[in-house]
Design a protein around this ligand. Structure first.
Ligand code: ARG
Length: 283
């Protein structure tokens, strides 16, 4: 009885959320999310569709960023394609958080999945689950173009001012340096978003930014910065899910396999990584 009314309540609030989602995101643009949920609902009568909310942290080009007021990027396209192919689920909307708040948003049910270039780590696996990996990355040491400071390793950061985004794996590398006494705590600047760290780098307020390699490449293409070295961390990005949400995890894993098999994954890689700066001539 209790469980039943609980489920009914869930259903009711789910419907209300769906309406809210339509109103706020429907608009006149292509609005894939809204259209999909309608289509899926009517073509699979009898099958329960669970609406999920995805969380991300824009400012991590080309995975997630704001373009003309719209959330876009590889993660956005990839997750939408994956959920379309995940049986029993439809994507209702995206929510934005600071990167360091995403895990808590997930464990407190504000969102159902994280798509934010999030590295699968043992530490994070203590509180959340992850899908299979969908991208590989290492860490880059990003410096000002023309700078005489060209660190070749993390140890070279000693005595310099270092920046990273709060809550990231780049930050934990810096934290390790602080813990072992190589770097002073006062030499570390934590930023809510990587673009702010890169601006501080360009302005000379800090000497180096520790940042994921694929995102470093994007800044190299668009800002006055270069990569002086990379640190081989062997990271892999996965979509985050709650530990007790094994159904969603398996559905997303099937969806990931499907987008790899049907060429969508290759198309999205081409769309977000092949254009950009690969044709930039060296100066
Ligand atoms: N891969 C790194 C990590 O998991 C950085 C991710 C930052 N993502 C973002 N959307 N800002 O810690």
């Amino acid at each position: 009885m209790d469980r039943r009314s609980y489920l009914e309540a869930l259903g009711a609030s789910g419907a209300a959320l769906t309406l809210a989602g339509c109103t706020s995101t429907g608009g006149s643009d292509s609005g894939g999310t809204t259209t999909e949920s309608t289509t899926t609902g009517s073509t699979t009568s009898g099958t329960q569709q669970t609406q999920i909310v995805a969380g991300t942290a824009p400012g991590f080009q080309p995975f997630e960023m704001m373009q003309d007021g719209e959330l876009v990027g590889f993660d956005v396209d990839l997750l939408e394609a994956v959920v379309e192919r995940a049986d029993g689920y439809t994507l209702q909307r995206w929510e934005q958080y600071e990167f360091g708040s995403l895990i808590q948003a997930l464990t407190t049910d504000k969102i159902d999945t994280i798509a934010a270039g999030m590295t699968i780590t043992e530490k994070r696996k203590e509180s959340i689950g992850f899908t299979n990996p969908y991208w590989d990355a290492n860490q880059a040491l990003l410096v000002r173009e023309g700078s005489s400071f060209q660190p070749q390793s993390l140890e070279d950061l000693a005595g310099h001012t270092v920046g990273a985004q709060s809550g990231t794996t780049g930050e934990s590398l810096i934290q390790d340096l602080i813990d072992e006494g190589t770097l002073k705590q006062s030499n570390y600047n934590a930023y809510p978003k990587y673009p702010l760290a890169v601006s501080d780098l360009e302005n000379g307020n800090i000497d180096v930014v520790v940042i994921d390699t694929p995102v470093a490449e994007t800044f190299v293409d668009n800002r006055d910065v270069v990569v002086s070295a990379t640190v081989d961390t062997g990271e892999q990005y996965g979509f985050g899910v709650r530990q007790n949400d094994g159904d969603l995890e398996s559905a997303l894993n099937s969806g990931l396999q499907a987008v790899r098999d049907d060429g969508t994954y290759a198309d999205l890689t081409e769309k977000w990584f092949a254009s950009g700066g690969t044709t930039t001539t060296s100066e």
